[in-house]
Design a protein around this ligand. Structure first.
Ligand SMILES: Nc1ncnc2c1ncn2[C@@H]1O[C@H](COP(=O)(O)OP(=O)(O)OP(=O)(O)O)[C@@H](O)[C@H]1O
Length: 303
């Protein structure tokens, strides 16, 4: 089994009696890029702040690198790099000088600054004052800062927020490389599935503080129920046969749509229709996009 890097059990945070995070069981394995998804206000930032020891959980436990966070906070945090909210910089100073201030606190070799600027593709801009940087460059500099201490785990809270498409692309490519090239496990939050689906192996989707899905993106696709569309010779009477078999269906423009049918149910319905003299012209599965599935999960809280 894969080594677990983050594991929370029943993690809960309440504000004035109301749960912002509710019984969360996060499971993130070594080498994962874990997309932590949910709409605004779902509880992502609150969870991340608990993982970074910035706020105390109301109840539940957090284990990181196999150790309990509460008991080994400094040891654990030393091994984590994070980017939470927009990082602030000294605008008049260069990228290198901004990183130098952090390097001294972390006490890592000076050569590490050039290494991290290289990783985030800012080596050529190293001497420019940061005030002239685009938002995307500032975010990448934030990642460079979080990499200074050679972390084994990166926690990034909405790193693509406010970036233009090319900034999002650069950030995505950068994150994708982390496990592969540097052996770093990544937790990245977002409110948009489209932003993480191309880089995350696994996703955790939260809604109103509760985990409603946690598994691979491939399984998210597989578990979704797709609509079946039927085109038959006499749709108005065919719909009654479908309803008689317990299917909830609608008809529009002569096309019968039935949500979430399993293969044996489709076979059974088709046979009944044929037995009743209907000609079947088309039976199609209308696949939902991953975005549709995500909206279904965060809308209804279940697949
Ligand atoms: N300090 C606080 N006091 C009271 N309520 C809070 C506090 N921090 C967060 N909340 C509430 O907890 C809920 C979850 O907020 P949180 O910021 O974790 O969501 P989020 O998923 O990160 O959303 P966003 O993407 O908007 O940041 C919200 O209803 C928020 O209003």
């Amino acid at each position: 089994m894969n080594e677990m890097i983050i594991q929370t059990k029943g993690l809960t945070k309440k504000y004035r009696g109301r749960a912002a995070v509710d019984q969360l069981n996060l499971e993130i394995s070594k080498g994962d890029i874990y997309g932590f998804l949910g709409p605004n206000g779902a509880g992502k930032t609150t969870t991340i702040r608990m993982l970074l020891g910035l706020i105390q959980p109301t109840s539940g436990s957090i284990s990181i690198f196999g150790q309990e966070l509460r008991k080994n906070k400094l040891n654990i945090l030393r091994r984590i790099g994070s980017l939470v909210e927009y990082p602030s910089y000294y605008g008049h100073l260069s990228a290198t000088d901004n990183l130098e201030a952090i390097r001294r606190i972390l006490n890592v070799p000076k050569s590490r600054i050039d290494e991290v600027l290289e990783i985030v593709s800012l080596a050529k801009e190293a001497r420019r004052p940061v005030k002239g940087f685009s938002l995307g460059m500032k975010q990448r500099l934030g990642i460079a800062a979080s990499l200074l201490g050679n972390p084994e785990l990166l926690i990034l809270d909405e790193p693509t927020n406010g970036l233009d498409p090319s900034g999002i692309h650069e950030m995505r490519e950068l994150i994708k490389n982390m496990p592969r090239q540097y052996g770093i496990t990544v937790l990245v939050s977002s409110h948009l599935l489209g932003e993480v689906e191309q880089m995350a192996h696994k996703v955790g989707i939260i809604r109103e503080g509760k985990m409603v899905f946690q598994d691979t993106i491939d399984n998210l696709r597989l578990q979704a129920q797709h609509d079946i569309e039927l085109v038959v010779s006499e749709p108005d009477s065919a719909i009654w046969i479908a309803r008689d078999l317990g299917q909830i269906c609608t008809i529009q423009g002569g096309i019968i749509t039935i949500p979430g049918m399993k293969d044996p149910q489709v076979a059974h319905l088709v046979k009944r229709l044929v037995d009743n003299g209907h000609a079947i012209y088309r039976v199609e599965q209308k696949k939902k996009s991953l975005e549709d599935i995500f909206m279904q999960v965060i809308g209804e809280g279940a697949l």
